[in-house]
Structures are given as C-alpha cells and as structure tokens.
Design a protein around this ligand. Sequence first.
Ligand code: G1P
Length: 302
Amino acid sequence: MPPTIRRAVIPAAGLGSRLLPLTKATPKEMLPVGDKPVVEHTVRELVDSGITDITIVVSGGKSLIQDHFRPNPALVRQLREDGKVAYADAVEEVAELARRGHITYLDQHGPYGNGTPVLNAARSFGDEPVLVLWPDDVFVAEVPRAQQLIRAYEQTGCPVLALLPMDPADSRRYGVPVVKEDLGDGMLRITGLVEKPEPEAAPSAYAAIGGYVVTPGIVDELREQTRLWYEAERRGGPAGEVYLTDALNAYAAHHAVYGQVIRGEWYDTGNPADYLVAQMAHALAHPEYGPVLRELVRRIDG
Ligand code: G1P
C-alpha cells in the first residue's frame, strides 16, 4: 500500500493579471468568496482531507496571505475585552486552522511557469507524494476534492489529475486529457494532457481542474525541464516556461497516470466573470445570505 498523502503545495506566486486592477494591491488568493478568502477555502479543503503539512509558495506582494493566517493574540484579547466573543473565536479559529495544516511559506525562485513552485517545495518532500491545488478555485463537495484525489492515489500508487466533464466548446481554457481506459467510478487511465486545444482537436470531453497528486517521478521530470530551461537561457535561446503539464506528459510517456473525475461543484475565481459566479453560488447556498440574495433578485426582476 503506498503511503497516504500528508503534504500539499499551494502555488500562490502568480500575478493575478486576469483580475487586474483588482489584484494590483490585493493578492488574488485573498479575494473573498463568501466570508473567507479563496486561499482559506483551499486550506480548509486540505486540512479536512487530513493534510498536515501545507507549503504556500509566494512572491513579493503576497504578505496579506501570511497576515491572514498568523495568530494575533493582541486583537483576540481586545475583542474579548470588548465582549465581541464570536469575532474573537472566528479570528482564533483561522489561526488554529493554519496550525493544524502546519502552513509554511516559501519564496518562489527560478523560471516562470506553474512547475517551478512545485519543484521549489519538493526540496522538503523527500520521496513522498504531494497534493498540488491551485489557489484560485473553490470546490463544493460532500467529500472534499483533495480527499477524492488521495483515495485515487491510494488505489493506484500513481500520479492523479482532478478532472471534470467539460463542454467541448470550452476546451481552449483547459488542459484536456488523452483517455486510454475508463476504469469505472470516475477513474480514467490517461496517457497525457493537451493544453488548451481547439474544440475539434480536444482528445476527450474532460478538463483538468487544478488538482494534482504529484509523485517523485514527476518532480524528476520538473528538475530535468528546469535544467533544460537554464541551458536554453545560457545559449540565449527562447527558454519558455516550466509547466506541470509538460512534466506530466514526459512522465506519462513511460509510466501510468490516472485522472479522477471529481464529484462536486467547481468554481474558478481566476477571471472576473467566473469569480462573480463563484461569489453568487456561494452566497445562494449560504443559510443566512441565500434567502437575502434570492429576495433581492426577486425584487430587481419583479
Ligand atoms: C492550468 C493548467 C490547465 C488546467 C487549468 C485549470 O492552466 O495548465 O491544464 O486546465 O489550470 O484551472 P491556467 O488556467 O493556469 O492557464
């Protein structure tokens, strides 16, 4: 039985350019969905799935993430003195969440691309598999997405990608897996991932949705790509970026890789329209805010 997964990486060094100017001073990971910043939803998902070591890979301008999760005893004391018990408890609970997830922060360094934060964090993994979740999406599911991925890894001992059924017209927005075999229960054997194909070239009707079980073999491929990147840069040629997808494809050429179709609702928050949808969906599902929002819509529509 392969070891169960304890570690996770959240790449949070991106510029959030699709949300500018909103993200000029506020990291996209700190934008609220409901009453929590997006990254807190991700951390909760991980902690609820039994993850005990979370590395958030950051860059300059991201210190609000650290501020959010850092304990603030002076604020809590003040709130308690003022009789604001519920607020004090809420502030303490976030710090407790961070403690349970043993959040550590790492400054991203190296080539551009979403493979670099994973390689940066990998220095401390040893030979352990690790979950990688993007910080700009929210999953609403009975069994957290992270837990569904961990289960798939426990069954296969191989890298796993989180997938959702996709409208083929949307293929230009996603990595689309090449499916070799449907093993039932949402598990697919895949032979690679085509990034953002035209609809007529999409190899399947599934989208990769930013959740990965990365194994040491994938990390080796990232290391190799990074080596090639520096070599190309030294020669003055176009070095490109180091992508997780390229490492997965290189690995999948010789090893088994799986996709797990996730049960649940996925909300992307990385662009303005989807972010708005994520906020609305979250508010509508909330026991207190849902009825208020429905009443507002009725009034405006009526
Ligand atoms: C990344 C991945 C892509 C995936 C997408 C999901 O792309 O490369 O395979 O479908 O995340 O959000 P990005 O959106 O960063 O361009």
